[in-house]
Design a protein around this ligand. Sequence first.
Ligand code: BTX
Length: 323
Amino acid sequence: MKSLLLRLLLAGDYVSGEVISEQLNVSRTAVWKQIKALKEQGYTIQSTTNKGYNLLQAPDTVYAHDIEARVQTKTFGRDVIAYDSVPSTQPMAHQAATNGSHEGTLIVANEQTEGRGRLGREWVVEKEQTISMSLILRPTIPLTRAPQLTLVAAVAVARAIEKVAPIDCEIKWPNDLMVNGKKLVGILTEMAADPDQLHYVIVGIGINCHQGKMEFHNQVKDVATSIYAECGQKINRSTLIAEVMNEFEWLYQSYVNDGFQAIKTLWEARALSLQQRVIARTPKGTFSGFAYGITDEGQLRLREDNGQEHLIYSADIELDTTS
Ligand code: BTX
């Protein structure tokens, strides 16, 4: 009920208690109690006789009902499981998926104490400064296409950020959103599958939001940036999460129904690591050469100086500025 009430409050200026109780099919007293509960959670709501309730300000805490109230989607972010603090939202999402949570269920946390990146690396999270979320997907696509979902997510997150903040995001293949050469967003795609069947995919997204330039953890201060550090704005995190859900849902539907081609074009328009020299550190070795495109499957095409070509499935990419 809280998310429906908040959706009404977000829709306009004043909403009368009568309209709320009619729309939600509850008593005026129940409405009043929920308004009181929202106020206790940090919402500033003005109550005026004969006019009703007016939401003036929402807190930045990531609440499930807040995200559910803001999304304009069919399924993505319609069911949110929110935690104050967890080691990582990824295992929580795996658990929810294993227990049958449907596609589009979103796990979020105000804090992660053991955030994880790819290949066992750490993802550093400062409490209440970042977005940490994991989305459950159940696509009916061949296993080999699952890595493309990272690229779909990257386009969705870039578009969402640009809707809420005056920032231009570039994508460094395959999973980093960069602004002015520093990492703003990390994306971690994990899946559960048999050799011939994909059961579900978890797309983990970490967005640096509020850290000032000098406030980053020592470990990442040279490589990380945040929305605030780039444009001086402290965006509302639930608003951005909802915007990511809005963008991700339609791009994902387009991908599932019509294939990767349209996403590939959107991805390439933001690609930072294409048409230039890169160093690719892959599980099979390090290659340096010219990155000249991505395949229809989403792999990076790299040509070494000796003419040998490689299709890179998974790697860390560094822009090669030595020549
Ligand atoms: P990655 O392996 O591509 O990047 C990890 C590397 O990025 C680290 O080794 C470090 O150099 C750098 N790094 C760590 N933390 C940050 C940060 N906050 N900002 C910028 N750079 C950083 C990237 O992996 C995938 C990250 C996914 C994070 C989400 S958050 C929600 C979900 N839960 C979870 O535990 N992980 C995902």
